[in-house]
Design a protein around this ligand. Structure first.
Ligand code: PLP
Length: 400
């Protein structure tokens, strides 16, 4: 406590965040997560900014499965997996995830951030090349940083640039090459062009890795993910993902792939070796979630109906969106102050959504992001659309 200058410097930086409009306040909820939430001030809001794609966060069946696992396995393990932190529920979840994703084996982590942070360093070294999409998630960027492999970056979803980087890595004589991409990009709702990526990987003898955090559980005909969507199941080498979004929403992550890869990670991956085991109630609830969505596509179908409806109606009202099919719908407002005002007005009108502007998205690309859920009712979506129309007129965004 003898270096006061340290604390003053921090305060100055925090003040700068405030004046630049980049400070992230925390919205406090007084209810469980869901299509509707109650704010700390008691107001009920329609929630359009959770990654609760299948509506399973706050869901009572998910909760019951967690309670059953809590009863049977207790609260926690006070151990990493390899000492005395592996229970049958963890092995069962790993097997279920492998079956669901169409892979040989799966390893659990406390978060997808850890899965990505711990996947590269054990598998690749300075003789290898990691070829990464420019918009990949922060945890992939950090994971790559922890690894000695040469780094190549390609413009977002740009197959010509990806091929250029594959050529460069090949000419540099790299031993193994791996193409790494988010399956779906959460800022734009863009879906990675996996069919073309797999074709390029085959052409250049490269491995492929996808982060399915915004895809597992609802992309593809039966919700397996982006690889199912593009009909390339069995052709992706490594799949990472989260249990903290569509698949229940608590927390937890995984890496899935060939057994040689997963066994290597169990032996060498630092966030796995040196961090506590996933709480058994989360593992138990995740098993129930996977069973539920494997037995019926009802939630996934409802999510896609809601998404199609919202995308069509918001354009009909006169807003501009990034085209696509993903439940992330960026409603483009372009101007940062307008996006800020718009999100604030929507909040007053009872709709929770988030505004994004530079430097989170490129200059001139300010937006509010809507995320659909299977839990939204048609009435809730119509209420949200009415609020969009009202705020849009008030702020002169829509004219007719
Ligand atoms: C949310 C997210 C993560 C992190 O997931 P956690 O399980 O919350 O750590 C990783 N990758 C992508 C692409 C994500 O969207």
């Amino acid at each position: 406590m003898s270096d006061q200058a340290f604390y003053s410097a921090l305060q100055t930086k925090l003040d700068t965040l405030q004046t630049e409009g980049l400070f992230k306040p925390e919205r406090v909820l007084a209810s469980r997560q869901g299509a509707e939430v109650v704010a700390a001030d008691g107001r009920t809001l329609i929630n359009m900014c959770a990654n609760n794609y299948l509506g399973l966060s706050g869901d009572l069946d998910t909760q019951k499965a967690a309670e059953a696992a809590l009863q049977k396995y207790g609260y926690g393990l006070s151990s990493v997996r390899f000492i005395c932190g592996t229970q049958t529920v963890h092995k069962e979840l790993e097997q279920k995830l492998s079956d669901f994703l169409g892979t040989e084996d799966t390893i659990l982590y406390a978060a997808a951030f850890d899965a990505n942070g711990g996947v590269f360093e054990p598998l690749f070294d300075e003789n290898d090349a990691i070829i990464s999409d420019a918009l990949n998630h922060a945890s992939i960027i950090d994971g790559v940083r922890l690894c000695k492999a040469a780094r190549y970056r390609y413009a977002n979803n740009d197959m010509a640039d990806l091929e250029k980087q594959l050529v460069a890595a090949t000419e540099a004589g790299k031993r193994h090459k791996i193409i790494v991409t988010d399956g779906a990009f959460s800022m734009d709702g863009t879906i990675a062009r996996l069919d073309e990526i797999v074709a390029l990987a085959e052409k250049y003898g490269a491995l492929t890795m996808i982060d399915e955090s915004h895809a597992s559980g609802f992309m593809g005909k039966t919700g397996r993910g982006t690889h199912e969507h593009f009909n390339v199941m069995g052709k992706i080498d490594i799949i990472t993902g989260t249990l903290g979004k569509a698949l229940g929403g608590a927390m937890g992550g995984f890496t899935s792939g060939r057994k040689e890869v997963i066994e290597t990670l169990r032996q060498k991956s630092r966030p796995y070796l040196f961090s506590n085991t996933l709480a058994p109630m989360i593992a138990g609830a995740s098993i129930a979630v996977l069973d539920r969505i494997s037995n019926s596509t009802e939630l996934r179908d409802r999510l896609h109906e809601n998404t199609a409806y919202f995308r069509k109606e918001i354009e009909r009202i006169g807003f501009t969106i990034k085209p696509g099919t993903h439940p992330v719908v960026p409603v483009m407002l372009f101007d940062a102050p307008v996006a800020q005002k718009f999100a604030a007005r929507m909040f007053e009108l009872g709709v929770l959504l988030s505004g994004f502007f530079y430097p989170v998205v490129p200059m001139g690309q300010a937006r509010v992001r809507v995320q659909l859920s299977a839990a939204h009712t048609r009435e809730q979506l119509d209420t949200v659309l009415k609020a969009f129309e009202q705020a849009g007129r008030e702020l002169g965004i829509i004219k007719n």
